[in-house]
Design a protein around this ligand. Structure first.
Ligand code: DX5
Ligand code: ZN
Length: 229
């Protein structure tokens, strides 16, 4: 079973991205979104190299983990992620997602993530096509499809992700696999139904949740919009 054990795959999961919150009050932001119904906490790790922005190091992720009860879904937008997997695992990250564009061969890295006892995720930027059928897919616990260029919150949703999502879901069904499908970037209630219909299991949101005062209401609106699809 490679799904986050406490999640129900028949229900969409909402993963607020803490990067969009008040970074001077991270522990309070964690408690606020957890009380508001977040299923996962999405941690956007950027290195100023793979993407033109710099965010959370392992110590910050450890501090977030210390305040959290929900699983930490760590999105590594960094070059050479293999050098950092152990550190982010030690920082309490339950899922570690690497970018296909940042690595030569993702297979050993995905295996290393599972060996660390975390869920192995692979992320694709908008311009990257789905990988060809093959053993890579069997190593995945999570496929994260970006619907904006990685690097910043608050960008516009790119609808081309919908076809990719449908393709990934079709392949998952054909191959009898059970990795989770996650979408990240510009996700709000306006696109949630289409994403859910196309196969999204997890919706990441910074602006649509952290950018709103009432996080409970924001999470509920996003979930309701998705489930209405
Ligand atoms: C972008 C990050 C996203 C981002 C989402 O590089 O991976 O998780 O924080 O922000 P919104 O929801 O505002 O597009
Ligand atoms: Zn992200």
């Amino acid at each position: 079973m490679s799904w986050w054990s406490h999640l129900d795959p028949s229900r969409v999961a909402i993963a607020p991205s803490l990067l969009g919150g008040d970074l001077g009050r991270l522990a309070e932001e964690v408690r606020d979104v957890e009380a508001g119904g977040a299923d996962l906490l999405h941690l956007d790790v950027m290195d100023g190299h793979f993407v033109p922005n710099l965010t959370f190091g392992p110590e910050v992720c450890a501090a977030i983990s210390g305040a959290a009860t929900r699983p930490r879904d760590c999105h590594l937008m960094i070059a050479e992620p293999g050098k950092w997997l152990e550190r982010y695992r030690e920082a309490g990250c339950d899922g570690l997602t690497i970018h296909l564009e940042a690595v030569g061969d993702p297979l050993p890295l995905l295996a290393a993530i599972r060996e660390l006892g975390a869920l192995a995720g692979l992320s694709l930027s908008p311009g990257t096509p789905l990988p060809a059928p093959g053993p890579l897919w069997e190593r995945l616990d999570l496929l994260l499809l970006m619907s904006v260029e990685p690097g910043f919150c608050g960008q516009s949703f790119q609808p081309a992700v919908l076809d990719k999502l449908q393709g990934a879901r079709a392949y998952r069904n054909e191959a009898g696999l059970d990795f989770a499908l996650e979408v990240d970037g510009g996700v709000g209630p306006d696109v949630a139904a289409a994403l859910r219909r196309a196969g999204a299991d997890i919706l990441v949101a910074a602006s649509a949740v952290m950018g709103r005062r009432d996080r409970r209401d924001a999470i509920a609106s996003l979930r309701a919009a998705a489930e209405a699809g």
